[in-house]
Ligand binder design. Structure first.
Ligand SMILES: Nc1ncnc2c1ncn2[C@@H]1O[C@H](COP(=O)(O)OP(=O)(O)OP(=O)(O)O)[C@@H](O)[C@H]1O
Ligand SMILES: [Mg+2]
Length: 259
């Protein structure tokens, strides 16, 4: 299997396979893909300083499915923002596919976010005026894909892959919560990222909708993607292979889960 993530700015056009092209990881586990070494994140200064992360160590290997749990305010979203190159550590080292993220310029970070990582959020973050397929094509636009027809084809394929092929032209307010989250997942998958990071993806969903979303996460993992899911729900967490608990900005426990 070729290297699933090659970080950095390749420049020019990129070639990404179409869904669902990824192969499962080789037996015996992958290599370190996301590696936090003593990562701290402090917001504010002096007496207003909040130590959202306080020396976190975490290694996620290629092809893993990891759940992260912890109380509100424990630093989970901060951790995800750093893993996803949406934010940078105040101190410590973040190695993404072996490359120190602190040495990457904004263009390289944007490249990684646009090509290697898919994000799913609790609040869906769909643009309300746009039909589903136009929401899903946005990452391809941001990634500089010029062919409108090809963008539309890939958006439609991504929507079909999450069971939304019959709602291509619906706007978000014409969709249920579970359907909106599936559109958001299609948007996360349309660039065929190697890594999917989700922050409370089922937090706003009824249990039957959550079950559908979790089935999609399992399929993403089965396709060889590395999946990290933040959740408050033990049932959601126990669908993963591994459970990391954080407290006060540090990893409290890290256990393999029986499946
Ligand atoms: N941009 C910010 N500026 C200042 N403080 C922040 C900022 N973002 C987060 N914090 C603080 O950092 C700490 C960790 O926040 P974070 O959002 O990572 O928690 P969380 O574990 O995701 O919580 P929740 O389960 O409620 O989503 C909190 O005390 C929060 O108030
Ligand atoms: Mg959070």
């Amino acid at each position: 299997m070729s290297t699933p993530v090659s970080v950095g700015h390749r420049g020019g056009a990129t070639v990404a396979p179409t869904l669902p092209a990824r192969r499962p990881p080789a037996p015996g586990g992958g290599s370190p893909l996301l590696e936090l070494i003593g990562v701290s994140k402090t917001y504010g200064v002096e007496e207003a300083a909040v130590h959202a992360l306080a020396g976190s160590d975490l290694v996620v290997t290629t092809g893993e499915y990891v759940a992260i749990m912890g109380q509100s305010g424990s630093g989970k979203s901060t951790l995800m923002h750093i893993l996803g190159c949406l934010d940078t550590p105040s101190s410590g080292t973040y190695l993404l596919d072996g490359q120190d993220v602190s040495g990457m310029d904004e263009a390289a970070l944007a490249w990684v976010r646009n090509h290697s990582i898919g994000f799913v959020f609790q609040q869906f973050h769909l643009l309300p005026r746009l039909p589903a397929w136009r929401n899903v094509e946005l990452p391809l636009l941001y990634a500089g894909r010029r062919s409108r027809r090809r963008r539309q084809e890939r958006a439609e394929a991504a929507l079909a892959a999450v069971g939304m092929g019959d709602r291509l032209s619906h706007r978000p307010n014409q969709l249920s919560g579970g359907q909106q989250q599936r559109v958001a997942i299609a948007r996360a998958l349309v660039t065929d990222p190697a890594i999917v990071l989700a922050d409370e993806p089922t937090g706003n969903l009824a249990s039957d909708q959550a079950t559908e979303v979790l089935a999609i996460f399992e399929a993403m993992h089965a396709q060889g993607r590395t999946v990290v899911v933040i959740t408050h729900d033990p049932d959601v967490a126990h669908r993963a292979q591994r459970l990391v608990r954080i407290r006060d900005g540090r990893v409290l426990s890290d256990e393999a889960l029986a499946r």
